[in-house]
Every structure is written in structure tokens, then in C-alpha cells.
Design a protein around this ligand. Structure first.
Ligand code: NAI
Length: 327
């Protein structure tokens, strides 16, 4: 039986892999994949990795040295992989779609939580504090949602917004053909949106797409949502805009410095990241720990597609879900 090294394992990851796997001996490893932990995959031809694993050149070298031939990402995004370096050295596959609904629905959950201050209200009522002071929100109906990136997740989020009676405008340099949505320029989207939601990948072009300059162009009191990747937002600029009340609130499932922190319990530790500490302390910021994907349906699909990717590799077939560096 082929052995697979499975990095950054959490109990919820195992559920569907254990249920569906019949072909492999899976070695579950709690640590993230890094140059220092790559050696744990000795004896395996394939490793399974996740969003915050470090798959840079050093890790690729370490894996190649011990004979690993495949990195199977159990996620859609691959910005944590040095694709250029990996080319012709090691195969990379991913799960291109698992449940775009999971992420789009979580995005709306963040918007509702920020706007209607549900977490604050919950804490109050549990303490028998039934005051409504400071809990005023705004109607979503009739407001404008600006969606950046109209791929699978962005389009489902658009449908959800329409269900709330919102007007939706979108920006995407590669507009979806035949898709009935009002595409506008990036600047127009910034100027007209009451809610701005990021659904584009992290690339060299999109890194810090939300920065001091783009925030300045936004409507006063806009709400920012990010369930894509942390580095799409310059967090210092966002923090300043929240302090200046230029931005009304933010719902964030991702954070630019999340790699060392997210998915772990640091509740008994003093966090050294002052930006993060300040951000989560603001009453108008809701942060979740990269959990938008976390539904039963998504976890099942992730396991199914990853096992399919592994089977294609071990059967010597063409890899349907491979990711290859393109200039
Ligand atoms: P997709 O590939 O279907 O769509 C991405 C869209 O972004 C495409 O339409 C593309 O043309 C557009 N785009 C590319 N460059 C752009 C730019 N400069 N400005 C605006 N739009 C641009 O991807 P999908 O499945 O919708 O996922 C979107 C992102 O969501 C992923 O890249 C990933 O970072 C994130 N994600 C987050 C998860 C979470 O748990 N928080 C889980 C899964 C994905």
C-alpha cells in the first residue's frame, strides 16, 4: 500500500479521508509542511498539503530529495506554492472546486454579523444585558454590493446579495462571458459600493488591491469583506481607515499574517502581532480563522477529489487537476 504524508492535520480533516480512503496508508502529521518538517514524508511518494503550508523552493528541494513526486493540495488556492520553482521537479495538484457555496454563504454571514452586530448582541443577552445601544445596523435591501472577482464564489455571493434585494456591480479583468451582471471599472466599484467583497485570487497584481489609495476612493462608511486571501488587503491601511471611521466595518476570514496563527489555539498566549490584536479588538470587525470552507459538503468533496488526484497519479494517468507554472 502506498504511504501518503498528510500535513497540518486537524480532527475535522480526518473524518472524510478515513471514511473514503481504501487505497493508501495515510500518515497524519499535525505540523505544517515546511522545509523543517518535509523529512517526515520519508517513504511517501505523495504528500497532502493545505493553505498555510510553506511550499517554497526549500520545501520542494527537501521533498524531492526524499523521493516525493506529488504534492496534492487539499484546497483550491495555490499562492503558497512556488510554482515556478516546482516546475519539472514535482507534480502539484489541487481541488479546484469543492463548495463555492460554503465560502459565499460564510461571506454573507460575516456581513450580517458585522452589520447587525450579532456577536455583540449574543454576548450581551448571555449576560442578561438587554440594552440595544450601539447595535444599530443598516438595511441591506437597496444598498450596492461591489464584488471583486466573478469566479465561482463571487457569482454565488452575487446571487445571495440579489436575494437580499441589493444592487450588485462587479469588477473582474476577465469578465465571465454571457453573465448578466453590471461590470464596472475598479474605481467606479470603489466609489459606488456600500459593501465591497473580495473574491479574486492572490497574485502579484492583486496583492494589496485594497490599500490606502483604494480605500480613499471608497464611499464613506463602506463595509469590506475578505474571504479570499489576507494579502489582498494592506492591513495597516484598513486599520487606519477603521480608526478614521472611513470604513464602517470589516468581515475577515483571512489575514495577511495568518500562516503562523490560524487553525491553532493561542487563547492562553500573549499574541505578539499588535496589528492583529488591535484589529480583533475593534467592535466593528469580525474575524474568523480561515473557516469559510468548513462545511460537511466541502470536506467530503475535498477528500473525494484529493483521493481521485492521488489515484490518477499512482495509476500513471494524466493529472486532470494539476497546477503548472505559466509565464
Ligand atoms: P475562481 O478562479 O473561480 O475566480 C476568481 C476570479 O477572480 C476569476 O473570475 C478571475 O478572472 C478573477 N480575477 C483574477 N484577477 C483579478 C483581479 N486582478 N481583479 C479582480 N478579479 C480578478 O476562484 P474561486 O473559486 O471563486 O475562489 C476565489 C478565491 O477564494 C480563491 O482564489 C481563494 O483565494 C479564495 N478561497 C477562500 C477559501 C476560504 O476558506 N476562505 C476557500 C476557497 C477559496
Amino acid at each position: 500500500m502506498e504511504k501518503i504524508a498528510f500535513y497540518d492535520t486537524k480532527p475535522y480533516d480526518k473524518v472524510w479521508f478515513d471514511k473514503l480512503n481504501t487505497d493508501y496508508e495515510i500518515k497524519y502529521i499535525e505540523s505544517k509542511l515546511t522545509p523543517d518538517t518535509a523529512h517526515a514524508a520519508r517513504g511517501c511518494k505523495a504528500v497532502v498539503a493545505f493553505v498555510n503550508d510553506n511550499i517554497g523552493s526549500e520545501t520542494v528541494d527537501e521533498l524531492c530529495e526524499i523521493g516525493v513526486k506529488l504534492i496534492a493540495l487539499r484546497c483550491a488556492g495555490y499562492n503558497n506554492v512556488d510554482l515556478k520553482y516546482a516546475k519539472d521537479k514535482i507534480n502539484i495538484v489541487r481541488v479546484p472546486v469543492y463548495s463555492p457555496y460554503a465560502i459565499a454563504e460564510h461571506t454573507m454571514a460575516l456581513l450580517l454579523s458585522v452589520n447587525r452586530k450579532i456577536p455583540r448582541a449574543f454576548i450581551r443577552t448571555r449576560d442578561f444585558n438587554f440594552s440595544l445601544n450601539g447595535l444599530t445596523g443598516f438595511d441591506l435591501h437597496g444598498k450596492t454590493a461591489g464584488v471583486i472577482g466573478t469566479g465561482q464564489i463571487g457569482r454565488i455571493f452575487i446571487d445571495i446579495c440579489k436575494g437580499f434585494g441589493m444592487k450588485v456591480i462587479a469588477y473582474d479583468p476577465y469578465p465571465a462571458e454571457g453573465y448578466n451582471i453590471e461590470y464596472v471599472s475598479f474605481d467606479k466599484l470603489l466609489a459606488e459600493s456600500d459593501v465591497i467583497s473580495l473574491h479574486c485570487p492572490l497574485t502579484t497584481e492583486t496583492r494589496y488591491i485594497i490599500n490606502e489609495a483604494s480605500i480613499t476612493k471608497m464611499k464613506d462608511g463602506a463595509v469590506i469583506l475578505n474571504t479570499s486571501r489576507g494579502q489582498l488587503i494592506d492591513t495597516d491601511a484598513l486599520l487606519q481607515a477603521l480608526k478614521d471611521k472611513k470604513i464602517r466595518g470589516a468581515g475577515l476570514d483571512v489575514y495577511e499574517e495568518e500562516t503562523e496563527l490560524f487553525f491553532e489555539d493561542y487563547s492562553s498566549t500573549i499574541i505578539q502581532d499588535d496589528v492583529l490584536s488591535l484589529l480583533v479588538s475593534l467592535p466593528n470587525v469580525i474575524m474568523t480563522s480561515h473557516q469559510a470552507f468548513l462545511t460537511d459538503e466541502a470536506l467530503q468533496k475535498i477528500a473525494e477529489v484529493t483521493l481521485f488526484n492521488l489515484k490518477q497519479f499512482f495509476d500513471g494517468e494524466a493529472l486532470q487537476n494539476s497546477v503548472v507554472y505559466q509565464k
